[in-house]
Design a protein around this ligand. Sequence first.
Ligand SMILES: [Zn+2]
Length: 316
Amino acid sequence: MRIGIDLGGTKIELVALSTAGEIVFQRRVDTPKDDYNAVIDAISQLVETASDALHFPSSQPLGIGTPGAISLKTGLMMNCNSTCLNGRALQEDLARRTTRPVRIANDADCFTLSESCDGHATNESVVFGVILGTGVGGGIVVNKSLLQGVNAITGEWGHIALPSDRLDGFKLNRGRTCFCGKADCVETWLAGPSFQHSFQQLARAKSVVGETKAQRIPTSPAEIVEAARSGNEIAAECLEQYCNLLALALSSVINVLDPGVIVFGGGMSNVDEIYQRVPNYLSRYIFADTVNTRFVKARYGDSSGVRGAAWLWPDH
Ligand SMILES: [Zn+2]
């Protein structure tokens, strides 16, 4: 059996996977807000509940996936969007509290590991996993092992600056500020909220906002995609541009890593147009005469993160 825990900004989820990869136990609780000790309490309580139900041994290890990483310099958490975790010895504190071995990895890394081990990327030796959600993350798995670099930032393509000046007919204002302090990071263009932002900017430029009160202006990413499919020209242009930008952003990954498959997760991964259009745009940007890279949607969707956390202990 393998135990995975997904520590997110709003929910903490624990799953137990059987050796065949079936979920045999699953439990979710709300993430306590801004209270590190309460987070430790909540995770410990979840583990106890699972242990009571499944009678796993005291040596049973735990895998934790969370947005963030362990700093190789300090051994403490960094880059966490649940900021109460930053600067904390989460791995040691959880190991001490639960008296079990604990491994922690970035949530995008866990996502990629899950899809590589028993998801939609099992047939390739080099896999790039992409999360296009409220943020943009990535992970690299080679021969079913997570690649972990010397700076603990492998796969963090979301914070590479996107050279949008390479796009023909680009109409949006550049200079979007990212939470990381830099400008025009991939995340500021390709996260779900960034897609919405682009649509609003295009609509404003065409003086649509405020003038069509009788017609509902789409707001969520899903509504914008639906509007594009129904013939809304601005939404269609926004979606086309999103696919073009995504191809541009992925071209640098492909030029360096050349993965056999790129597996997509997060809310924007449900946009089917991505899988048709991005490969076409890629031929403009990559340094090759063919695009053999496969583009697939995650097999386990939102569950891939927690499943991948369980896979942090592959031999268990
Ligand atoms: Zn950034």
